[in-house]
Every structure is written in C-alpha cells, then in structure tokens.
Design a protein around this ligand. Structure first.
Ligand code: BYC
Length: 320
C-alpha cells in the first residue's frame, strides 16, 4: 500500500525513505513502501512466530485436565489462553503485510512453514509445565524483548504486550517449580528430570549458530533482529545459571562453567544434528502436533462457514 506522497515518488526515492527510516531507528508501518525482501522476511518470521504460539498451546494444554489443584488449573488455563492471544496478534501483524491468514494456516498444516522446534518435545509430568514456563518462556522473553525494538511497527508493538504476558508465564513456571522443590524427594526428582530433558532443546530455540544462520546478517541490517542467535543464547545461559542454583537443580552439561576472562558461562556443544532432525519433521512429537492442529482446523470448518454465511447475509441486508 502506498500513500499519496509515495505514489509520486520513484522507486529509488522510496528505497531511500525505507533506508533512512531504518537508519533513524524509526518504525516502518503498513502504509510505507517496503522492499519485497523485507516484506518476505517479516512475513516468514511473524508467521513462524504465530504458528509457534498456536502449536505451543498443545504441550501445556495436555495438562489442563490433570492439573493437581483448582488454582494450578486456573493458572494454566489462563497461560495457554494467552498463547492463543499471542498467535492472534501475530497473525494480524502478518496480515498488515499482505499475508492471508487462511493461507498461513494452510502452510502450517501442510508443513510448508516452520514453528519453533521446542514444541516437538513431549510434556511427560506436571513438572514439565513448570519447566516450560521457566526455561521455554524464559528463552522466549530473552529472544523477544529485543524484538520490541524491531523495525516493523506492528510486530514491535505486538511484542510489547506479548513480553509482559510472557513474564507472568515465566514466573508461574518458576513458582510452580519452587513449590515442587519444597515438596517430597519424588517431586524434586521429577523437577530435575524435566530440567534434564528441556535444557538442550531450550538452547536450540535461539536458532542455529551464527556461522550457520542464513538470515541473521540481513535481518540485523534491517534491524528486524537486534542481536544474533549466539548472543541471545549466551545471555539466556548466563541468566539461567543463578536461577537454577536458587531452585536447587543442575543443568545436564558437564562443560557448563563460569569463564572469568569472557565474563560469561562456557557451555557444551549443542546437538545440531538433533535440531536439524526436528526441523525436518522428525522430532518426537512433530507428527502429533501437526495432526492435532489439522484436526482442529477441520473440526472448525463449520464455524467458519457459518460465520461467513452470517457476514454475507448481514452485508446483503446493509446493501439492501
Ligand atoms: N525452530 O537464519 P536463521 C513461545 C529456522 S513461542 C524452528 O537463524 P532467523 C511460547 C529459521 O526460521 C516463541 N525453526 O533464522 C509459546 C530459518 O528457516 P527458514 C517463538 C528454526 O529467522 C507457547 C532457519 O532455521 N519465538 O514463546 O534469522 C508456549 C535458519 O535460521 C529455529 C519466535 O518465533 C527453531 N528454534 O532466526 C510457551 C521468535 N531456529 O525460514 C512459549 C521470533 C531457526 O529460512 N523469531 N529456525 O526456512 C526469531 O527471533 C527468529 O526467527 C529466530 C531464527 C531466532 C527463531
């Protein structure tokens, strides 16, 4: 979409306006002219992000009916519902770029668009609910706070609200784990076991190492991303170590130690072969997650048809 002023500008002037907006750290808005590559990148990232929020409802949703108390059930229900809301803001942001939401859903359920690798792992015990809140939402916050300054306005603004809600999510997870750690030996073992299973996949959430990340350089130049994958991963490791100590759990990494010279924690090699397998669709729950989303889409077809018929009838009445 172009404004009246823009329609009188030639392409190079539009390009200069785009570059100047980024250089000045201002936001690009739906009315602005955008280079095709930028538009494609934003749709790709926002759609993947939206899909992650929606698919991300499944691992924790799995525990709503089995939460151990009414309070835990209410908290979990609210959290999972928030994730649905995040997906909706993000699909709306993608629509401002010209994407069609039905088409995005189609691409998700046909495996043509990705969602975060993390949601392809199972939640085996209730401690997983706490660990997902602590580590997965913690990693998400670490990744998403800088995205509040992303150059595309609707995405950046969606991130502000999402991050506020994610911080509640992270605290509910940590509080749940603190409670379990004050419980029985069996409960403490359950927490440690969940931490052991989720630690490495959480580190994979930040994406491939910088040297193998095809999109980072361009996304940094466009200020879509503000930090590289490895920078954010390191930040997450550094912030998680003291939290684990306070909780009384360890991470399953014998190479994890403070490096005074670097002022950061060193950590072991991530299993990138596993990451690639999960991205290819071969993780422990990929098939189940997509099948569940496809079934929800099929089951909801009659609702969409009824809503469209109702809207058409109303439009006819207004027209008459
Ligand atoms: N999983 O060049 P790269 C949540 C893909 S939901 C899957 O580094 P980029 C929550 C990447 O897309 C949080 N795919 O890419 C919800 C690219 O593929 P394509 C979700 C991954 O974009 C419910 C290729 O690998 N957060 O918090 O520069 C309950 C090469 O990577 C992953 C977001 O979506 C991965 N882990 O950087 C609880 C954050 N990593 O498209 C919690 C927004 C990489 O070229 N996204 N890939 O085929 C981002 O910040 C960036 O897109 C990434 C990747 C850092 C993820």
């Amino acid at each position: 979409m172009t404004t009246v002023e823009e329609s009188t500008m030639d392409e190079s002037a539009l390009e200069r306006h785009f570059e100047a907006t980024i250089a000045a750290d201002n936001r690009l808005e739906p009315r602005d002219w955008l280079p095709e590559g930028y538009r494609k990148t934003m749709i790709r990232q926002i759609a993947q992000h939206a899909h992650s929020e929606i698919i991300g409802m499944q691992p924790e949703g799995n525990w709503i009916t089995r939460a151990p108390s009414l309070r835990r059930k209410a908290v979990l229900l609210a959290k999972v519902q928030d994730e649905a809301g995040h997906g909706l803001y993000l699909y709306s942001a993608a629509e401002t770029l010209g994407a069609d939401r039905a088409d995005l859903t189609d691409r998700l359920i046909n495996g043509r668009q990705k969602y975060s690798s993390i949601f392809n792992y199972p939640t085996l015990t209730f401690a997983d609910v706490g660990v997902v809140g602590w580590l997965v939402d913690g990693a998400a916050i670490c990744n998403q706070v800088p995205l509040c300054r992303s150059s595309y306005g609707p995405y950046a603004r969606a991130m502000v609200r999402i991050c506020k809600e994610e911080s509640f999510h992270q605290r509910q997870g940590y509080e749940l784990l603190m409670t379990m750690m004050r419980g029985t030996d069996a409960q403490r073992d359950m927490v440690q076991d969940a931490v052991n299973r989720w630690w490495w996949p959480s580190l994979m959430m930040f994406g491939p190492p910088d040297a193998d990340s095809p999109n980072t350089a361009q996304s940094m130049a466009w200020k879509v991303k503000r930090h590289t994958n490895d920078e954010l991963r390191q930040r997450f490791v550094d912030m998680s170590v003291p939290q684990a100590e306070a909780l009384g759990v360890t991470f399953p990494d014998p190479d994890l130690r403070w490096n005074a010279e670097r002022g950061h924690h060193d950590f072991g090699e991530i299993d990138w072969a596993e990451f690639k397998q999960v991205l290819k669709g071969n993780g422990p729950c990929n098939a189940e997650r997509v099948a569940h989303r496809r079934a929800a889409q099929d089951d909801g077809a009659w609702v969409r048809e009824a809503a469209s018929a109702h809207a058409a009838k109303n439009a006819g009445r207004i027209g008459a």
